[in-house]
Design a binder for this molecule. Structure first.
Ligand code: NAP
Length: 188
């Protein structure tokens, strides 16, 4: 029997330029907002599994306990991580998403996609059920964009709109620093 596709939700915190990291791949202090961190950790806690590139796991004590698709070009087939049986090493150029998800052996639930840039972009193609975009007023110019093309081809909202995503909800996480989270969903 075919395995049911999970609900797919993305999570990113961005600077006002639409960047998630500095040019050299560091997570900048300016966009570390405690209220967003709490929102993010609570959200990944509710997920059945996480998908991330090699430098973007969510951190925290529970990281090692979570089921995970770890994206890497170092494999050409699905391979369990030798250090953690809950983690499957996945190269999407070699194996379709459905097969990778099925290998995790989960009946259902949400897959939380947590970056970085190429991973967020890949799942725009696979299809998000929701993308939670935390916006901050901090400036991180010249950094890595949340999606490929942000800052060169268009703004964050233009890149998402081009993929059929619409803004469904905005809520404030910390008014003192004007930190808010936008939830984008596929156009009905
Ligand atoms: N602000 C935010 O919300 C947010 C979110 C996520 C990350 N970040 C920050 O961004 C920085 C990391 O960025 P990063 O660009 O290094 O991202 P990354 O996606 O975590 O790591 C890149 C690596 O992941 C693998 N990968 C990514 N896309 C792939 C694909 N389509 N197919 C196969 N493998 C793929 C590759 O691993 P191999 O080299 O093994 O092939 C690649 O070298 C960190 O500072 C992190 O904290 C911020």
């Amino acid at each position: 029997m075919a395995v049911k596709r999970p609900r797919i939700e993305g999570y990113a915190v961005i600077s006002r330029e639409g960047t998630i990291a500095t040019a050299d791949g560091c997570f900048p202090d300016q966009i570390k907002i405690p209220a967003d961190h709490q929102f993010y950790q609570d959200s990944v806690d509710r997920a059945a599994a996480v998908a991330n590139g090699r430098h973007s796991a969510e951190g925290g004590e529970k990281e090692k306990l979570r089921h995970r698709l770890l994206l890497t070009r170092r494999v050409t087939r699905l391979v369990p991580d030798p250090d953690n049986a809950k983690v499957i090493l996945w190269n999407p150029a070699a194996t379709p998403f459905e097969e990778a998800w099925a290998r995790l052996g989960l009946e259902e639930g949400t897959l939380a996609v947590v970056g970085g840039t190429d991973v967020f972009g890949l799942f725009l193609t696979i299809g998000y059920d929701a993308f939670h975009l935390t916006r901050t007023d901090a400036s991180v110019p010249g950094g890595r964009p949340v999606f490929p093309g942000v800052g060169t081809v268009g703004t964050v909202e233009e890149v998402m709109a081009r993929r059929g995503m619409v803004l469904a909800d905005t809520r404030t996480l910390d008014p003192s620093v004007n930190c808010r989270v936008e939830s984008w969903v596929p156009k009905p």
